[in-house]
Design a protein around this ligand. Structure first.
Ligand SMILES: C[S@@+](CC[C@H](N)C(=O)[O-])C[C@H]1O[C@@H](n2cnc3c(N)ncnc32)[C@H](O)[C@@H]1O
Length: 227
């Protein structure tokens, strides 16, 4: 990143920059802006709506309801983590891209001041690091590890919105999928949940134990043997 007087210009992009306005930190390019924003998630995390979320269905572990822990190894702007935290998980979020991590941190800080979100966000801890090395040496065996690396198909898909166009300026599709999955396996969670496009290949070529399908995406679930 190179620093100009008003804003942080991001090297290696076509003029993208980080800047701040009255609504917080944002990533800009031309007239496009994106920022992390949990306030739009308030309805989604209401209990009745949460139960319908595929991620929450995928995260259920029979006989385990209390003190649940999750690692979101590919946090992005943290929306999936917020869903898990709203469902009661204490979530550790790893984000390796410094620009995305800065946007996420700002969104989390703003959410602390929103009454409907503050309790949920208090269960989220951001670590601005690569999760691959971190997962190889975790102190605990989390209940759930969530993996949602960028997939090449998403670039071509009609689902690619403004948010992802800008994020793609920074983040290349994941090239270390197998390493990411292997590190998650090494951490011995009860379950690994992998978000994929509905017709996407299995992450690292590993067949999941079962999948939960939505209209455009699916969650592949690998149930791990007890440690
Ligand atoms: C598709 S986005 C995740 C979106 C996220 N699930 C959400 O709800 O907003 C993938 C993110 O994972 C991050 N990422 C990929 N590999 C990573 C790794 N090994 N460690 C930490 N972050 C990683 C990328 O920088 C990118 O921000």
């Amino acid at each position: 990143m190179g620093i100009s007087e008003e804003r942080i210009i991001i090297d290696g992009t076509d003029g993208a920059f980080l800047d701040r306005d009255e609504n917080g930190l944002f990533l800009g390019c031309g007239d496009q802006k994106i920022r992390g924003d949990f306030s739009k998630m308030v309805r989604r995390i209401k209990q009745a709506n949460l139960e319908r979320e595929l991620l929450i269905k995928a995260s259920r572990i029979k006989g385990h309801n209390d003190g649940l822990t999750a690692v979101d190894a590919t946090a992005g702007l943290g929306e999936d983590s917020l869903l898990l935290a709203a469902a009661g998980f204490c979530v550790t979020l790893y984000e390796k891209d410094p620009v995305i991590a800065a946007l996420l941190e700002d969104a989390m800080n703003r959410a602390k001041n929103i009454p409907e979100l503050s309790q949920t966000v208090s269960r989220m801890t951001l670590i601005k690091e690569d999760s691959i090395s971190a997962m190889r040496s975790l102190d605990i065996h989390p209940d759930v590890i969530l993996l949602d690396p960028m997939f090449p198909e998403r670039q071509k898909s009609a689902l690619v919105g403004k948010k992802f166009q800008l994020i793609h300026l920074l983040e290349k599709p994941c090239e270390d999928e197998t390493e990411l999955l292997n590190a998650a396996v090494m951490a011995h969670p009860r379950k690994i949940i992998i978000k994929r496009p509905l017709k996407g290949t299995w992450l690292g070529g590993r067949k999941p134990d079962y999948s939960i399908n939505g209209k455009a995406i699916r969650y592949d679930c690998i149930v791990m043997p007890p440690v």
